[in-house]
Design a protein around this ligand. Structure first.
Ligand SMILES: Cc1ncc(COP(=O)(O)O)c(C=O)c1O
Length: 458
């Protein structure tokens, strides 16, 4: 159906939900450096990961196939909210007086309120197929925990969530949401694991971090036969499951008779950014659309891409996970208690890091207060109250739109509105009361944490 020049929403039918995920590993210029065993320093094999993940996900993690079939049962669950809408931010454009055309893909329409269920549903499905009965995981902002709690409920699995303590305290409603979907939630560091006990001994007041919570959830899965571990970001298969976002967005932009010049996403572990941008990065890698700019946005207080080192490091704090090559601030770095809890991670997805290292994508960092200024500008123009994580992307969208205005350029900007901020109103309250602060870039702490990164060639 033809689109009207004043259309605001570009929607697809359920039949347009992608049937395959896009695996960017097939199109990389050189293969991804392999994950290494933390003890031997040698590349790990599928058997090393088998205690933590079902075999099908391990296969996906290393697959070089460009397209991977999405099971019918997963697409059936996706129908509850997918295809998600693509919006043209006409009111924001007007408020900014920019010649840029701004589009956003809105993932806040999922039951959990973010993009996270796109992979949670797939992961719960494959675990169920392989007769796993319980999943353990960590959550920062509570978005990933809620997504997995929902997915486990839909596939009849038990779910234990280690929730970063500062978020547990800031966001009781996220916990209640997870419990409503049947999950068990504890604040991390917790006394339920050796990893948690160790942190509590050295710092009883620890606010927790994603790295610590990952250590706890991994230990939980590794020490129980009925349990596997589920990660909400960083891993190759997780990023791949999220590509439904970008694949749909491409079709929707076609409907709008437009093409993206700039693609923007916030990046914590990298999954929503990758989900939107990898199908566009494919065109850049193949030479079909070389000029598209792809920008990851991270918080200035936890700037793994822009200030981290590209070396092998642990994915968690305690050092239980394999070593992966990524931009890292050091696995022992505990980021300040930012309101964008989902962006408080010391590392970044290896696939995102590789593309950054090769200059396929760019990265910028945004401070907290300027991010909330952008969030309010967006909410007041477009209505939707963005998650603080997504607001990092909006900050850069507004900056790029201002640049278009200055240069008189009509560029098309596409970004991922990865979630709504309905459970983050405490942060909005702090901002509105003028109490929100910027954190200094924690240079000292990062330098110290980087000294603790294991020495591995690569
Ligand atoms: C709404 C939202 N956006 C972004 C993120 C960051 O994660 P990722 O970089 O994996 O997309 C989170 C993490 O919890 C989130 O909840």
């Amino acid at each position: 159906m033809a689109t009207d020049k004043n259309d605001v929403k570009f929607v697809l039918s359920e039949r347009d939900i992608p049937t395959k995920w896009y695996n960017i590993q097939a199109d990389l210029r050189t293969p991804l450096p392999p994950p290494l065993h933390p003890g031997t320093g040698q590349p790990i094999g599928p058997q090393d990961l088998a205690p933590l993940f079902p075999m099908e996900l391990i296969k996906q993690e290393v697959s070089q196939e460009r397209w991977i079939e999405i099971p019918e049962e997963v697409r059936d669950v996706y129908k509850l909210w997918r295809p998600s809408p693509l919006y043209r931010a006409r009111r924001l454009e007007k408020a900014l007086g920019t010649p840029a055309r701004i589009y956003y893909k809105y993932e806040g329409v999922s039951p959990a309120g973010s993009h996270k269920p796109n992979t949670a549903v797939a992961q719960a499905y494959y675990n169920k197929q392989e007769k796993v009965t319980r999943l353990s995981t960590e959550t920062g902002a509570g978005q990933w925990g809620s997504a997995l709690a929902l997915a486990c409920q839909l596939f009849g699995l038990q779910c234990k969530v280690y929730m970063v303590k500062v978020s547990y305290q800031q966001k009781p409603y996220r916990r209640i949401m997870m419990e409503t979907w049947g999950a068990q939630v504890v604040p991390s560091p917790s006394p339920d694991t050796q990893a948690g006990k160790k942190v509590l001994q050295s710092d009883p007041e620890s606010p927790g971090s994603l790295g610590i919570a990952i250590s706890e959830a991994v230990e939980d899965a590794a020490t129980r036969d009925d349990t596997k571990y589920s990660l909400g970001s960083v891993l190759n298969h997780v990023l791949m499951h999220q590509t439904v976002i970008g694949l749909e967005a491409k079709k929707q932009l076609e409907k709008a008779e437009d093409e993206a010049d700039i693609v923007i996403g916030c990046a914590g572990g990298g999954s929503n950014f990758a989900g939107l941008s990898f199908p566009f990065a494919a065109d850049k890698l193949s030479g079909k659309k070389k000029k598209v700019r792809i920008i990851a946005v991270e918080p200035s207080a936890c700037p793994s891409l822009t200030k981290g080192k590209y070396v092998y490091d642990f994915g968690d704090t305690v050092g239980l996970t394999p070593l992966v090559k990524m931009h890292t601030l050091g696995h022992s770095f505990i980021p300040p208690a930012l309101h964008a809890g989902g962006l408080r991670y010391h590392g970044m997805a290896p696939l995102v890091c590789k593309l950054y290292d090769e200059g396929v994508i760019e990265a910028v960092s945004a401070p907290q207060v300027a991010t909330f200024q952008a969030a309010l500008q967006f909410a007041r123009a477009e209505g939707i109250i963005p998650a603080p994580e997504s607001a990092h992307a909006i900050r850069v969208v507004i900056d790029e739109a201002a640049r278009c205005k200055k240069e008189g350029k009509k560029r098309t900007i596409l970004f991922n509105l990865s979630g709504h901020g309905h459970f983050d109103l405490g942060a909005y309250e702090a901002y509105l009361a003028g109490k929100l602060q910027d954190y200094e870039y924690p240079a000292e702490k990062i330098a110290e944490a980087l000294r603790g990164v294991p020495k591995v060639k690569g």
